[in-house]
Design a protein. Sequence first.
Lengths: 294, 293
Amino acid sequence: MDLVLQLLATGLVVGSLYALCAIGWGLIYGTTLHFHVAHGAVFALAAYYAYAGQTLLHLPLPVAVVLAIAAAALSGLLIDLLLYQQLERRGAFRTSIFIASLGLLILLENVLAIVFTPDPMRMDIGALNTAVIIGPVFLTYLHILTVALTIVAYGALMLFLKRSRWGQAIRAVSSAPEMARTVGIDLKRVHLLAYAIGSALAAPAGILVAMDVGAEPFRGTRFVLLASVGVIMGGIGSIPGAMLGGVFLGLLENLGIWKLPSEWQSAISFGVFLVFIVLRPRGFFGRTIHSAEI
Amino acid sequence: MTAYFAHYLVMVGIYTILATSLNLLVGYSGIFSLAHAAIYGIGAYASALAALKLGLGFWGGLLVAAVVGALAAALVAIPSLRVAGDYYIVASFGLQVVILTVFINWTSFTNGHAGLPGIPRPSLFGLVIDNPFKYVVLSLALAAVTYAICHRLTASAFGRMLRAVREDEIAAQATGKNVVAVKITITTISSALGALAGSLYAHYITYINPTSFTLDESIFITSLVILGGTERLAGPFVGALILLAVPEALKFLAIPDTVAAPMRQILYGALLILFMFVRPEGILGRARTRPAA
């Protein structure tokens, strides 16, 4: 039973990280319909921005983290502005945007691998690394911060989408792009905003992982693909769904090792995903997308 | 012809089979798969195990590889192709991860990271194909057979249906075509052919381990298709000729291995982006009509 509680706690922490990636990726996908795998590169960049801020520029950790999140948001925005929007202007197919995104992911990851070596770059996080022991469960302050931050980020995003004008514009574009254009919403600017916010959500995930186990160049690919699994499970177009999907994957992966050997961990989520899309292709909350719809 | 050049040509043959079969999906049907390296691996492992455990020869192994590869792909295609295309990107990535995990962890069967050594060389009518020069003939011959199969397929009524499904699923469905069945069929055929390349590779190198069948490999095969030219059957062959020469060319520059590998990946990534801008249809491709902006 103690093991189950520990796995549950770890699952929640990992699930929070997946959820951060998933709500950001889901926001972008829902708004632009770009299959933005380069989100994984933004995730990795954010980690290295924070690492570089702390170790090369000698900034205090909180300052380095805030700057890194801002830089990641800008990076995401620039990817849309300089790559996807240019391709769209040339009338590119959606597949072309996906391929370019894949190319950019590979390119950026490997640039990071050359600049910083493929080895994990550890960050100094001071007291955050202190262990917290709650009954049989062993966590660090960083883990608790991860869960808390995810909840705050999710709340802030929902509030923004529901209450602010720009948030409503995002939702309008997401549900009916042509209609949104008709009432005078600038689609390109809304896309840029979705990219900035989505990237700002991936950034803390990348940084928190780096704080825990070091920054690594190739970790983002796995995170972004799990994010897309979470989004599909939660239901495309639904932010609460993406959140739930991410947390679900984290719990699944960790509770899975209770019964299965740990080396099968990465296979569990995708195995469940394949079963899931047979049973409930629309996800927990989302709209059904049949093959003839897109 | 040196042994070195012969080796290059053998690999061109193997990758031509991989890329030509993937082109059936990416180019002709608009289905994006990230699992082709896993299918390649399934072919390699299936035929290696058939040879080592069942004592089956190369031709038997080739058949086993095709059947197992087709089955694995169908298992994923049947659930995921019923829904939108993007699901298949994710599902195929899932297949890639699961299969690689199986190669690594099902040690009693695949021998894990240590891999399977001692895979016998093929023999043809009593002639053992035991050096790269003889293997060039076999490899390019099988590539030609794959090409011929794909050519027949894409030139047929079924091929036209594929393009119809790619261009406009709703219209295809409205004319009474079973879109889902078409997509599942082509995925199965593509994977059966891709698995053949695995078999060819296993019997050529005589040793396989999981590192040859990773996601990076899937992306590399995709690059071959895209650079060579989608919707042109000879495109993947040209892509393989060029991209397989790149690492060889890099060897002449004195770059340490730790930098050379990521450099190669950076080049592939940059080429993918560049081609989307200047020539999305690939080197040999024909320009497609674009949707009105």
